[in-house]
Write a protein that binds this ligand. Structure first.
Ligand code: NAD
Ligand code: MG
Length: 404
C-alpha cells in the first residue's frame, strides 16, 4: 500500500488526484492533505479520505479548522503554515502530489524532493523558479520526479525509459542524455486558450471570467489566466528545459486547439512520438501514480471516428507576448525565470482582482525583467530574495502605470 500526500488538495489537480486514488483502495491510501484557507472543503476531504495529517496553510485558521474537524467527529492531526506543509511533504508519504499553485508551493516541493519521495509535480512555478535547486534536491534525496503537467507527462511517456527509472531530474534527462537518446526536439502543444485568434484591440477589454473560461480544460483561476496569455506555455518551456535537459532551441511550441495531442518528441531519424488522450488531468495523475504500471483513471479512451480534424498552427507571438518573455528569461538564466514568475503572479492577481487590464500582464512582466538583471542562482535565499524584489518592482510599476 503506497501512502500519498496531496498538497493543494482542494484545488483542481488535488480533486483529480483524489479521484484517481479513490479508484484504487488496495493500492493507495491518503496520509496527508493540505489547503490554503478553505477550511470547510478540507474538513470534507478529511471525512472522505481519512488522512492522519491535515494542514491548513494559513495559520490564523488552525483553531477554526481543529474545531470543525472535532464537530465532524474526526480525530485527524492538524498542522499549519510552511512547517506543516513541509511535514506533510517529508513525513510518512511514499508519493507527494505537489499541487499548490504558485511560488507558495516551492518550499514543500523541495522538501519532498530532499526526502526522497516520488514527486508528482504539478506545481510548475516551483521548477520555473528553482530548477537547479530542485534537481539538486532530487539527486541528494534519491527520489524521483514524474511530471503531471499534461505536456511534460506526455514527453515523459514518449522518451525512452530505463527499467525502473522514473527519475527525470536525476540520471536521465540532462542535455547529453537527450542527445544520446537521439532526441532532436521537443514540441509542446498549446490549446491557444479562450482568446486564440483575438486581436490586441479585442483583448483590451476582456474580463477575468472570460479569461478563465478555457475551451478544453477546467483549471484553477491563475493557470487559466496563464493559458489565456500563453504565459502558461512559456512557464512550460522553462519547465521542459529543467525536467528534460533540453536547450531553449530544442523546445518548440505549436498551437493545437483540440488538446488531444498532449505533446511530441522528435527523434534524429525523423520519427515523432506523441501521447494522445482526452483533456482530463486524471490520465497524467494515474500514469504518474502507477508508473511503471498502467492503472485506471476513469478517463474514457478516444473515439477516433468522432474526433474530427486535429489542427496545428503557429502561436501568435506578437499578440501573446508572454511566450517570448519566457524564452527570454530562459536564455538569460540565473534568477530571470524566478523574476518572470514573480512578476506574472503579481500581475495575474491584479487582473483577477479587476484592477489591471489583460494586456498589461505582459507589460508588467517585461518591465520587471528590464528592471532586474539576472543574477546567478547559488542559494535558495538568493532566489527568495529575487522573488520578493521582483514582486515589489512589479507592484511599483503597476501602481505608477495603472494606479493599482
Ligand atoms: P487551484 O487554484 O485549483 O488549486 C490550488 C491549490 O493550492 C488549492 O488547494 C489551494 O488551497 C492551494 N493554495 C493556494 N495558495 C496557497 C498558499 N499560499 N499556500 C498553500 N496552499 C495554497 O489550482 P490548480 O489548477 O489545481 O493548479 C495547481 C498547480 O498545478 C498549479 O501550479 C498549476 O500551474 C498546475 N497545473 C494545473 C493543471 C490543471 O489542469 N488544473 C494542469 C497542469 C498544471
Ligand atoms: Mg500544461
Amino acid at each position: 500500500m503506497k501512502q500519498v500526500a496531496v498538497l493543494g488538495a482542494t484545488g483542481s489537480i488535488g480533486a483529480s488526484a483524489l479521484d484517481v486514488i479513490a479508484r484504487h483502495p488496495q493500492r493507495f491510501a491518503v496520509c496527508a492533505l493540505s489547503a490554503h484557507r478553505d477550511v470547510d472543503a478540507l474538513v470534507a476531504l478529511c471525512a472522505r479520505h481519512r488522512p492522519a495529517l491535515a494542514v491548513i496553510a494559513d495559520p490564523v485558521l488552525e483553531s477554526t479548522f481543529k474545531s470543525k474537524l472535532a464537530a465532524a467527529g474526526l480525530s485527524t492531526r492538524t498542522a499549519c503554515g510552511e512547517n506543516g506543509l513541509r511535514e506533510a511533504a517529508a513525513g510518512d508519504a511514499d508519493i507527494v502530489v505537489a499541487a499548490i499553485v504558485g511560488a507558495a508551493g516551492l518550499d514543500s516541493t523541495l522538501a519532498a524532493a530532499r526526502a526522497g519521495k516520488r514527486l508528482l509535480l504539478a506545481n510548475k512555478e516551483a521548477v520555473v523558479m528553482a530548477g537547479p535547486l530542485l534537481l539538486q534536491a532530487l539527486r541528494e534525496g534519491g527520489g524521483e520526479l514524474v511530471p503531471i503537467d499534461s505536456e511534460h507527462n506526455a514527453i515523459f511517456q514518449c522518451l525512452p525509459h530505463r527499467p525502473g527509472a522514473a527519475d527525470v531530474g536525476n540520471s536521465r534527462g540532462r542535455t547529453s542524455n537527450l542527445e544520446r537518446a537521439g532526441v532532436r526536439r521537443i514540441v509542446l502543444t498549446a490549446s491557444g486558450g479562450p482568446f486564440r485568434g483575438h486581436t490586441r484591440a479585442q483583448l483590451a477589454t476582456v474580463t477575468p471570467d472570460q479569461a478563465c473560461a478555457h475551451p478544453n480544460w477546467v483549471m484553477g483561476r491563475k493557470i487559466s489566466v496563464d493559458s489565456a496569455t500563453l504565459m502558461n506555455k512559456g512557464l512550460e518551456v522553462i519547465e521542459a528545459h529543467w525536467l528534460f535537459g533540453a536547450r531553449h532551441d530544442q523546445i518548440d511550441v505549436v498551437v493545437h486547439p483540440q488538446s488531444i495531442v498532449h505533446s511530441l518528441v522528435e527523434y534524429a531519424d525523423g520519427s515523432t512520438l506523441a501521447q494522445l488522450g482526452n483533456p482530463d488531468m486524471r490520465t497524467a495523475l494515474a500514469h504518474a501514480l502507477g508508473f511503471p504500471e498502467r492503472i485506471g483513471s476513469g478517463v474514457a479512451g478516444l473515439d477516433f471516428t468522432r474526433l474530427g480534424a486535429l489542427q496545428f498552427e503557429a502561436p501568435d507571438r506578437a499578440t501573446f507576448a508572454c511566450l517570448d518573455l519566457a524564452y527570454r528569461a530562459l536564455a538569460a538564466g540565473g534568477t530571470a525565470p524566478a523574476i518572470l514568475n514573480a512578476a506574472n503572479e503579481v500581475a495575474v492577481a491584479a487582473f483577477l482582482a479587476g484592477t489591471l487590464p489583460f494586456l498589461a500582464i505582459a507589460d508588467i512582466v517585461a518591465a520587471t525583467l528590464d528592471a532586474m538583471p539576472a543574477e546567478p542562482v547559488d542559494s535558495l535565499e538568493g532566489l527568495i530574495y529575487a522573488d520578493l524584489t521582483a514582486r515589489q518592482h512589479a507592484q511599483r510599476i503597476m501602481r505608477r502605470a495603472y494606479c493599482c
